[in-house]
Design a protein around this ligand. Sequence first.
Ligand code: MLT
Length: 272
Amino acid sequence: MAKTIDLPAVAGARLQAWLAGDGPVNLVLVHGYPFDRTMWEPQVEELSGLARILVPDLRGLGQSELPTRGRTRMRDYADDLAAWMDHVEMDRAVISGLSMGGYVSFEMWRRHRGRVAALALLDTRAEADGPAAKEARVAARECIRREGMRAVVDDMLKGVLGATTLANRPRVVDHVRRMILDTVPTGAMAAVDAMRERPDSTDDLPGIDVPTLVVVGEEDTLTPPSQAEAIAGAIPGAELVRIPRCGHVSSLEAPTAVTAELQKLLQRAALA
Ligand code: MLT
């Protein structure tokens, strides 16, 4: 059973997370955009017997507030994770990030690598945004600013969910729709800016020397399998897992497969 905990006053904002489980390894699960910690519900339930699990809502998303001052950069999310780990006395942890959570995981590696016992990079990419992607971010941000999340939810669902999920998994569609609609627009806009300005992580990949798992849904059109292959090919010893009938939100679209792969990684991390 996960308990909800608060991280007091990071840059004047109250952040919230789940803390669950018990076990010889620590696991931090980092959600994507515009989602929240509930996208890891199946993994928290299944892995609680094997690991102590921290599942934050990133600042401005889910139940975590956005600091009223200053821009949010990708590195701020990573520094928040390190503060969370201090708060719950986790020295090192397996860091598992999906999509934007992967971008945060790369920042964890750059800024706090002593805290990273292993990495799981799910449905993410290492490159920074190119000019067209940056323009699309500006347009998406403006749409959210003017009309809120309702204006973007249908296109987002089609973009993030795989064809199999859209056709056959109504509960997953509802869950993802709810996460998008519950996102506070200012938090979403801050995340869009942070993603647009994020650094390129490609050059960091060859230096990653902790056990690494790369996961991608075969129906992920947002960060397609070619991106995952490039990441796994550049990290020495990384394991690549492609999940059939699964789109971008693999933790919910293929929960059993994702949980099984994380379980194997936790075992590798415990032995390392
Ligand atoms: C995510 O799922 O976190 C985002 O869609 C990633 C992105 O837009 O680059």
